[in-house]
Design a protein around this ligand. Structure first.
Ligand SMILES: [Cu+2]
Length: 509
């Protein structure tokens, strides 16, 4: 197999490099019928129960030879993953080959606490290179998973990731593959999972807990005639599938009681946007955004969620009488035919992503407190030392930032530690949507086209959707002595990212 370094010398990147590096032969991959918005006819919804990924349990560091040990007094937990191929029953009939953390799709969930360090060993038993990104985390550069070639885990080797969990707030993060040129295929094959960062203060809020606190990882996929995942490496517009999975299961059903549930929804799709609502039309309480809980809950009856974004919301099923015919559907009303972006919301065409079966009578003592997160940092625009502008544009059928393709050897911005900066993110045109993700920090949106943010966008964010024509100003302060070094920012339409819509930035003393 050709090495990454050799390919870079040859000037090969994106899908061409991906095919070399994964060793995938085109004839083994049915080119998916991405243009068809039609639902796969093999699918019958609500046949399987919603899988809820288990929390990863800790292990003794003594079981992990060579793992870093610490004597700085900070409590440290250790977990160990084996990233491997497995066969999953997704469609009826033949099983589907997937790539998963511990062979699971989504992977086991991280349960982390503020102020407690977590070390994760990732053993790569796949035939391809991997790189694990902690999306939403205030992570040391060497453990961030920033698509830099030198960070990659080659087959048969491992890497230890150190998560300090010294973020300003807890949050609903996730982890997913971030290998240069092949993030699209790696995530598509299953390399994604949930990372929940909590604290004593968050736990003390009387929000729904335990079995009433449920992550929902929403993804679209396409399958060939043999029930195998079908990815078109030459569709650089963005992958759009015609089978909808929640937590790895096709349009599942979920048994609930007549009480409140905290749902944490992650759009883990490569390029698809969703508009989420309930079939009852009832409002719910949005309590969290990408970067954790909001200051206060926001009542809403729908929201948009783009690739990489997270929204936390509380649904109250107490308005329903439990019974075998009491169903509530989690609907998507966003129409999207191609990777360019969503075509718009059509409330007359609700598509059920999953079904809640209200069957049980429960005693619900949980509440949605009027005050949620009191520790959200306020970034002062007057303290900003520079305003940088990044324009996301299309060129030569691929994707650029400020007219340049990503180059892992070129630093596009140097940020001084403990300073505040404003970044202006601008859509370069053509009717394309770009959900832009910046690593390492959480940000406040100052304004979107001059207007202050509303809804979940008023909370801490790390993904910013550039609709056509948009210009967004975001602000953050770059604190953290441990978090010096190189990070990336990029479009989270993963096919755009793989075709080099990414920039490199560095935090220096
Ligand atoms: Cu994009």
């Amino acid at each position: 197999m050709t090495t990454r370094r050799e390919l870079l010398k040859l000037g090969l990147y994106g899908s061409t490099a991906m095919l070399h590096l994964t060793g995938l032969k085109l004839d083994t991959w049915a080119l998916s019928e991405n243009k068809s918005p039609k639902v796969d006819p093999r699918v019958t919804p609500f046949q399987v129960d919603l899988p809820v990924p288990a929390f990863k349990t800790t292990v003794s560091p003594a079981t992990l030879p060579g793992v870093p040990l610490f004597n700085d007094g900070i409590p440290t937990d250790y977990v160990s993953f084996n990233v491997q191929q497995t066969l999953a029953q997704i469609l009826p009939g033949k099983k589907t080959l997937v790539w998963g953390y511990d062979g699971q799709v989504p992977g086991p969930s991280f349960q982390a606490r503020l102020g407690r360090r977590l070390v994760a060993r990732q053993q790569n038993s796949l035939p391809v290179n991997i790189n694990v990104h902690h999306h939403g985390g205030h992570t040391q550069a060497a453990s961030d998973g920033s698509a830099l070639p030198e960070e990659e885990i080659e087959p048969g080797t491992f890497r230890d990731y150190i998560y300090d969990n010294d973020d300003d707030t807890g949050g609903f993060h996730w982890y997913h593959d971030h290998t240069l040129d092949q993030t699209g295929i790696n995530v598509f094959m299953g390399l994604a999972g949930v990372y929940i960062l909590t604290s004593d203060t968050i736990d003390a809020l009387n929000l729904p807990k335990g079995a009433f606190d449920v992550p929902l990882v929403v993804q679209d996929r396409a399958f060939d005639a043999n029930n195998q995942l079908a990815y078109n490496p030459f569709d650089h517009n963005g992958f759009i599938g015609n089978v909808f999975l929640v937590n790895g299961a096709v349009q599942p059903k979920f048994r609930v009681g007549n009480g409140k549930y905290r749902f944490r929804i992650l759009n883990g799709s490569n390029a698809r946007f969703y508009q989420i609502s309930l079939s009852t039309g009832r409002p719910f309480q949005i309590i969290g955004s990408d970067g954790g809980l909001l200051k206060a809950p926001i009542e809403a009856d729908q929201f948009r969620i783009a690739p990489g974004e997270r929204v936390e919301f509380v649904v109250d099923f107490s308005f329903h009488t439990p019974g075998p015919n009491t169903h509530v559907f989690l609907n998507n009303t966003m129409i999207q035919k191609e990777g360019r972006g969503p075509d718009g919301v059509d409330p007359t065409q609700p598509f059920p992503l999953m079904r809640f079966d209200v069957l049980d009578t429960v005693t619900d003592i949980s509440t949605v407190p009027p005050v949620l997160e009191t520790n959200i940092p306020v970034f002062n625009p007057k303290e900003s030392v520079i305003t940088r502008t990044f324009e996301f544009n299309r060129s030569q059928g691929a994707w650029q930032v400020n007219g340049k393709f990503f180059d892992p050897t070129r630093v596009d911005a140097t940020v001084k530690l403990n300073t505040t900066e404003i970044w202006r993110l601008r859509n370069g045109g053509g009717g394309w949507y770009h959900p832009v993700h910046i690593h390492r920090n959480e940000f406040q949106i100052l304004d979107r086209n001059g207007i202050a943010p509303t809804g979940a966008e008023s909370g801490l964010k790390d993904v910013f959707v550039l609709n056509p024509g948009d210009e967004i100003r975001v602000i953050s302060k770059y604190t953290g002595e441990k978090q010096l070094g190189r990070y990336v920012f990029h479009c989270h339409n993963i096919e755009h990212e793989d075709m080099r819509m990414m920039g490199l930035w560095e935090v220096v003393k």
